[in-house]
Design a protein around this ligand. Structure first.
Ligand SMILES: NC(=O)c1ccc[n+]([C@@H]2O[C@H](COP(=O)([O-])OP(=O)(O)OC[C@H]3O[C@@H](n4cnc5c(N)ncnc54)[C@H](OP(=O)(O)O)[C@@H]3O)[C@@H](O)[C@H]2O)c1
Length: 295
């Protein structure tokens, strides 16, 4: 039995589908399970739990030998803070996993995670990674660049802005680079890591075949939508003010912490990924064909 935390999310849904197709039995954990219970089959159980609430993890881990930990947030909401979820939450899960006799722990981090990172997102992800490294469990850590796929937030949110506006907004000079990776390529690495002992104790940076500037990403989306838009650079001081205001909304589309990350390159050398997992990742331009961006 594999416990997948964050099973109702963008990556979690794709991973659960893949694992079940490969014949695994999966227990999925998230806080809100309403609306997801109908996904239960003999191979999928959905349980409610909060990684900030250690008591809720005990029963979720009963009979589990492998944990795949995907829970993460881009925006803090109420008590669901970066430190609470990415640092303390991982410690809670690791402790519960040790008690439950779990053998394998596969952990989702993010590219850019490092000690003394500038963003709180990356700082807290570093603390989570450290908890996994020091756990004594047989672990694998993945650090993807931005993940894309038809149900993502990243492309769909940008497409929404482009659809309803005569301009395509560029963050700053638009030169920061990223290496978008197809969601099915990400979940393939997770699933393969369960079968490949060489991945034990390893960290993999995951990135697609191309390093694209933010401007190139926007151009690819505009092109895939079959539209023509003026690309307008929005200076970071203006965006800071805008983000500070947007943070007052219940679901802010942009935060100051995200702006810190948007100024950094988010790229990697994906050779280890390609060698270990034996595939060539899908390109951003090709993947965009699977979206319904015109609606
Ligand atoms: N998407 C990307 O481009 C990207 C890139 C690099 C790394 N990552 C990492 O990949 C992971 C998955 O990302 P995603 O895009 O799939 O995120 P997502 O769609 O927002 O899904 C997050 C999942 O975590 C659950 N969750 C949030 N807080 C929780 C808590 N306190 N206890 C239990 N469950 C909780 C959510 O369900 P509830 O809210 O109902 O609890 C949901 O199932 C995250 O760790 C993220 O940092 C993502």
């Amino acid at each position: 039995m594999i416990l997948v935390t964050g099973c109702t999310g963008f990556v979690g849904s794709a991973l659960v589908r893949r694992l079940v197709n490969e014949g695994y039995k999966v227990r999925g954990l998230a806080r809100r399970t309403q609306g997801f219970k109908d996904r239960e089959t003999p191979a999928i159980q959905i349980v409610s739990g909060d990684i900030q609430d250690p008591a809720s993890l005990q029963s979720a881990l009963q009979g589990v030998n492998t944990v795949i930990h995907l829970v993460g947030i881009l925006v803090e909401k109420g008590g669901n803070t970066f430190t609470g979820v990415h640092a303390q939450g991982v410690r809670n899960l690791v402790t519960a996993a040790q008690k439950a006799g779990v053998q394998r722990f596969v952990h989702m981090s993010a590219l850019g995670t490092r000690p003394h990172a500038k963003s709180q997102y990356h700082q807290s992800k570093w603390q989570g990674e450290e908890a996994v490294r020091q756990s004594g469990l047989s672990y694998t850590i993945f650090r993807p660049s931005v993940i894309f796929g038809p149900r993502d937030e990243f492309v769909n949110q940008l497409a929404k802005m482009i659809r309803y506006s005569p301009i395509a907004p560029i963050l700053g000079d638009g030169k920061a680079r990223m290496q978008p990776i197809w969601v099915e390529d990400v979940v393939r690495c997770f699933a393969e890591s369960l079968k490949n002992p060489l991945t034990h104790g390893q960290l993999y940076e995951l990135g697609g075949p191309h390093q694209l500037t933010f401007r190139e990403v926007i151009a690819a989306i505009v092109n895939a939508m079959g539209r023509k838009r003026w690309m307008v650079s929005l200076p970071f001081p203006f965006l800071q003010l805008e983000a500070a205001l947007l943070e007052k909304l219940p679901n802010p589309p942009l935060t100051r912490d995200q702006l810190i990350m948007a100024r950094e390159d988010n790229i990697c050398d994906n050779r280890l990924m390609r060698q270990t997992f034996g595939f060539e990742p899908r390109s951003f331009q090709d993947g965009l064909r699977d979206y319904y961006l015109d609606q």
